[in-house]
Design a protein around this ligand. Structure first.
Ligand SMILES: [Zn+2]
Length: 363
């Protein structure tokens, strides 16, 4: 069974208002989940609008990233108060928590992304982390959310850093799926890969303008946020698990194992992983186009103020055996790195990262 998309999607400047009648048909006692202090006002508006229509609305705050500790606390609240749905309003980690909790209790999930940082509002997947933000595993869920509300006026209030992060994460779709899945003889997978190529092209055209003119709500901005939050999710929905992530996400997962005082967003780390994946393709697969792609991506990433090296993520790979730790986790048995069509060893990862980090001054 494959769940391609949320059952109903509302998008645009008044998506939330348009979604309300449908939401109250679906749920009479929802629990609104959120986390960040930045989204407190919007979450209060969501709460107030629902409270005006149905009396039994509650909210709960997550403490950490999408982790089993938070999940178990919220599950207990839902069971105690008989909540009949979860409304997850926030960034990727809040959306992933809400989807996971709703799936495990067999109640509907309504996702309300409050930034364009990921496509988590769409997908039937939750990434689970430790309380400290270290990646543990991806969990496939039974279905995509019941309702996705992609309200542009909410997303416009998010820090521009979240948009840059969403662009990096969505760009990775093409570079990862095209290398892992181009030989799979399945029309839908091939079409999903082609959508991810069009998605990349659109981000290369519109991404920088969208980032710089975020508060103008022009067509570049609208196209970009929908590319990151919707189209990227559609690629995963159509391509399914065969349309795979590869080294960029494997390296992201490994980098999160090093706990740093300043936390970075998912797409910010994936962007660095993507540059390293392309270096691996150049080194191990003799891919001549990879060098060109690196130059093109570096140019865009600089304009978007995205980190381009692991040291810019606050980690010195040459200290505390960090390089070995990253290489170990990247190459562990169940890592996505093994979906690459060529063998990768720990030594390859150590070599590519140390070269890359040492060259950073030249870039
Ligand atoms: Zn991602």
């Amino acid at each position: 069974m494959q769940s391609i998309s949320p059952e109903t999607i509302f998008r645009g400047n008044d998506a939330w208002e348009k979604a309300l009648p449908q939401i109250i048909k679906l749920t009479k006692n929802p629990l609104i989940l959120g986390r960040s202090i930045h989204t407190k006002i919007i979450r209060y508006e969501i709460f107030r609008d629902l409270k005006n229509l149905i009396p039994d609305v509650s909210s709960a705050i997550l403490q950490f990233d999408c982790c089993y500790e938070d999940i178990s606390i919220v599950k207990k609240i839902i069971l105690k108060n008989n909540h009949d749905s979860v409304i997850a309003a926030g960034g990727g980690k809040v959306l992933d928590s809400g989807k996971y909790i709703a799936d495990s209790l067999n109640i509907p999930c309504i996702t309300v992304p409050l930034s364009a940082s990921t496509c988590a509002g769409w997908t039937a997947l939750s990434n689970i982390y430790t309380k400290n933000g270290q990646f543990i595993e991806d969990v496939a869920l039974r279905s995509c959310p019941k309702i996705l509300v992609y309200d542009h006026k909410f997303i416009q209030t998010a820090p521009s850093r979240t948009l840059a992060s969403g662009i990096a994460d969505a760009l990775a779709k093409w570079y990862e799926s095209s290398i892992t899945s181009s030989t799979i003889n399945d029309g839908l997978v091939q079409q999903a890969i082609q959508i991810s190529r069009v998605l990349r092209d659109q981000l290369l055209i519109d991404g920088e303008k969208a980032f710089k003119d975020q508060f103008e709500n022009n067509s570049s901005w609208r196209n970009t946020i929908e590319a990151c939050g919707l189209t990227a999710g559609l690629v995963g929905g159509i391509g399914g698990e065969k349309c795979r992530t590869a080294a960029a996400h494997a390296i992201h997962n490994a980098i999160t194992q090093i706990v740093t005082p300043n936390k970075f967003l998912h797409g910010e780390i994936v962007g660095v992983g993507l540059l390293l994946q392309l270096r691996l393709e150049e080194m191990r697969n003799n891919n001549k186009l990879a060098e060109q792609s690196i130059k093109q991506l570096l140019e865009l990433m600089k304009e978007l103020n995205l980190p381009t090296t692991i040291s810019e993520l606050g980690i010195n790979v040459f200290e505390n055996k960090n390089l070995e730790k990253i290489a170990d986790f990247t190459c562990r048995d169940k890592s996505e790195i093994h979906f690459l069509p060529f063998e990768i060893s720990k030594q390859d990862i150590i070599e590519v990262i140390s070269n890359f980090e040492q060259q950073k001054i030249k870039i």
